[in-house]
Design a protein. Sequence first.
Length: 393
Amino acid sequence: MNSFTYYSPTRVIFGAKTTDQVGGHIKHYGGTHVLVLYGGGSAVRSGVLDRVTESLAAAGLSYECVGGIRPNPRLSFAQKLVDEYQGKGFDFLLAVGGGSVIDTMKGVSMGLSCGSPIWDFYEGKRSLTANLPMASVLTIAAAGSETSASSVLTNEETGVKRGVNSDFNRPLFAIMDPELTYTLPAYQTACGVTDIMMHTLDRYFSDSETDYLTDAIGEAILRDVMDAGLLALAEPDNYTARSEIMWCGSLSHNDLTGLGHGRDFSTHQLGHELSAKFDIAHGASLAIMWPAWARYCCSANPRRFAELGRRVLKITEQNDEIAAQLTISGFEGYWQRIGMPVRFSEAPEIGVLSEELLSELAHRCSYFDTRTVGFFRPIETADMLEIYRAANR
């Protein structure tokens, strides 16, 4: 194993009906006045918001609920909440939703704790020094934000999507009730499975090959979430499938699958530009970009791809270069099987792009020629353009 520091302080309360415990846990952590954030109408229609507020009231906590958070969460909404609720005495934030709601909560906490504008943190102009106590009731298994240190927002004025990674962003606890995911549309379930896979794959393809246990954990998560994803799509209310996906989501993004590894995340960076420009679902953007990235970068170490395919996809081919290509096609085929696009032309939000738009995406991803991305094979603007071209089918 290479050297690493591991810190994952979020308490996980996992299982059916755990949603009804949220008030008691907030009270345990000293919360008295709670700002509850949620997304669209599904939290209301499903009854989960009522269950949450009933639990808060039963614990003697005051609260206010604010909805309207969209997928690919917007900076303007988070900043608006900071401006509106600064100085109102809230001492605890609770997200009821998936990654978009949790990431917005983290952004709001940054502003309420450290002042505005919160985009300064996402641009790296300021570093976090504190955050309000936070927690989540997870309703979508995907982003892993419930136990991660990251928050990602899109600045819709500039079309830029950025993230903040800080241990101050880690929630105190996460309520993980798999039953809340039964009613997810199939497409959202598939996007979530893809995001979980990519959080694992982006760490797997690193600058290290000697962290054997870390690799084995990642490989197990990939096998499990792929099997559970197919089962959940066939049987939406299968508790076993939903619970496996939910736990895989947290393990894939709480840094466990990257111990001793460098964080590559090239595919995430390439995909972020698609989400910012076209508002495509995050998971769909990743399913498009990974095969193009993998084929472009595979020559850096085909054996790494080959071993992954043998351990996860049961590929028996002994020639590493052939096995590597079979591995890439195998993951691509899985995403097609669960209804994900794997090229621009398959995504209604995107379609086939002009050379001018491809170049714009590449320049934005490289922060206008000021950075390279990745460890497995570092890529710069020209490489990014070739990868976008490969996805433009």
